[in-house]
Design a protein around this ligand. Structure first.
Ligand SMILES: Cc1cc2nc3c(=O)[nH]c(=O)nc-3n(C[C@H](O)[C@H](O)[C@H](O)COP(=O)(O)OP(=O)(O)OC[C@H]3O[C@@H](n4cnc5c(N)ncnc54)[C@H](O)[C@@H]3O)c2cc1C
Length: 468
């Protein structure tokens, strides 16, 4: 029997369209390995909770193929070397990640393993086109989405790889740790039970969501994606974040549907391309994860106090601004937030409240089950005005008029804010089970007064912008 091959699983937790898996399978019996690295440990509470769900679902999918997921904790290189020594593996394959820390680790690992005499290969990750392969006519990277999108539309997207029928096992398995011992989700506390009611994990669930969306909702996506109370979008963001479905699969199924006459898919595929664009920007300008993409914003008088009473009110959904409070509560309960709501709460924080986008970015990084460093940083900088191709700073969303326009019957607001309702729905009540008890909030409270009035906040933000 040939020597085993390690398939190092990171954020590509799927069997269909997985280049690293296919390459490993060609080389020999496969040992799927997940390493709980220090970096994963520093993820926020909700993403770590979701990671655990992804690992559970993926372990199950592997056992259905006669294989299993080996779990180990530690520094990636040390663990890989240990598992190579234990198993006699001669090759390691993995899917690339495009953030600066992963790129550094990848290149160190490749160098060291190759020096050890082990073949180490990385493959395209969960993306349509790798950031280094998309170039302007002058060979530069794209800073604006529209020309990037034009380029993507005419470029060939590789056809998805098949789901293998089985995964040949090695003669002996390296030891595996126990997922529950890692206590990955321990700091979700009681919020974990609430989140569990609102999300589904795993490759099969992702495919089901995609089929349902293509069959039932794609046709109305363009208009419905902005309507807050409607289930108008694909809801695939957390599955995409953990690589449970590949963007290439989505792209090709979308193209197939378009070819057979389906309407409305282009705006959806455009959003998938926005995700690629975020990764493109993160790869070429990694400072965007922490710093203003445009240096011109470095002296803007944003407040960075993460614990001020105003910021706490924003986090807890008690700003007194209906749209903002509903959206922040949706986040506590579901670990997600409607895209328009993300824009509005980000605008209220960075403009009306004049708080640095980093404060909001970090809160989302802690709370979102679809947290993705590239999408999150791009989204925040886009709204704040400091990013490439950003919304101009003077475009300040008015949360009240946004709510009137996109939630005319106030169904979204009522879904998430219990106060003032005689019989609040379970969704709104779940918020009080998701937040820490010390917050001492209750559905019987009266609605607070706005912490920053809309007119006042807007004028102050615009004055600061003119003085910039
Ligand atoms: C301030 C802010 C922070 C954000 N943080 C994140 C984040 O951490 N993770 C994340 O996945 N998305 C983030 N987004 C983008 C967007 O809000 C979510 O991807 C979207 O709400 C997910 O819902 P869906 O899966 O139903 O999307 P659909 O509308 O069905 O779109 C399909 C997919 O396209 C991608 N996509 C959609 N909109 C965007 C966008 N504006 N930018 C990049 N990709 C997009 C997502 O992967 C999404 O799943 C953020 C947006 C803003 C304004």
């Amino acid at each position: 029997m040939s020597r085993p091959v390690i398939w190092w699983v990171r954020r590509d937790m799927r069997l269909t369209d997985n280049e690293a898996l296919c390459a490993a399978l060609e080389a020999g019996p496969v040992i799927p390995l997940f390493i709980y690295e220090t970096r994963s440990e520093s993820l926020g509470a909700a993403p770590r909770w979701r990671l655990k769900r992804a690992l559970e679902a993926f372990s199950e999918a592997l056992s259905e193929k006669g294989s299993k997921l080996v779990l180990r904790r530690g520094a990636a290189l040390d663990v890989l070397r240990d598992v190579i020594a234990e198993s006699g593996a001669t090759q390691v394959h993995w899917g690339r990640l495009y953030d600066p820390a992963s790129r550094r680790i990848d290149s160190d690992i490749k160098k060291t393993l190759r020096a050890d005499g082990v073949q180490a290969h990385s493959h395209i990750g969960h993306i349509l086109h790798e950031p280094m392969s998309v170039k302007t006519q002058t060979g530069d990277f794209y800073k604006v989405f529209t020309p990037f999108w034009r380029n993507i539309q005419s470029a060939d997207v590789a056809f998805p790889k098949n789901n293998p029928k089985s995964l040949p096992q090695p003669e002996g398995w390296p030891t595996s740790e126990c997922l529950n011992d890692w206590a990955i989700a321990s700091d979700m506390y009681r919020g974990a039970d609430v989140l569990a009611r609102y999300s589904t994990a795993g490759e099969a669930a992702a495919w089901q969501k995609l089929y349902d969306f293509l069959e039932e909702r794609a046709v109305t996506y363009k208009a419905a994606r902005d309507r807050l109370a409607e289930n108008g979008t694909s809801d695939l963001s957390d599955n995409l974040a953990y690589g449970e479905i590949s963007p290439r699969t989505i792209w090709h199924l979308g193209q197939k549907a378009i070819a057979s006459g389906a309407q409305g898919l282009e705006p959806f595929l455009r959003q998938i391309a926005w995700r690629d664009f975020a990764h493109h920007l993160m790869y070429h300008t990694p400072h965007m994860l922490q710093e203003n993409w445009r240096e011109g914003w470095d002296n803007f008088p944003w407040n960075e106090d993460t614990e001020s009473s105003a910021v706490m009110a924003w986090k807890m959904g008690t700003t007194g601004i209906d749209f903002v409070d509903a959206a922040m509560r949706e986040l506590w309960v579901t670990g997600k937030m409607h895209n328009r709501a993300r824009m509005v709460v980000a605008s209220y924080l960075t403009k009306h409240m004049m708080v640095h986008w980093r404060v909001g970015e970090q809160w989302f990084a802690d709370q979102l089950i679809d947290y993705d460093p590239a999408n999150n940083a791009m989204g925040w900088q886009w709204v704040a005005g400091s990013g490439p191709d950003a919304a101009p700073y003077f475009r300040v969303f008015n949360p009240d008029t946004q709510l009137e326009k996109f939630d005319p019957k106030r169904a979204y607001f009522s879904r998430w804010v219990a106060e003032g309702q005689v019989e609040p729905p379970q969704t709104a009540l779940d918020f009080f089970d998701a937040i820490p008890k010390q917050a001492q909030l209750s559905s019987q409270d009266t609605r607070p007064k706005p912490i920053v009035r809309l007119k006042e906040g807007r004028e102050r933000a615009l004055a600061a912008y003119s003085a910039k």
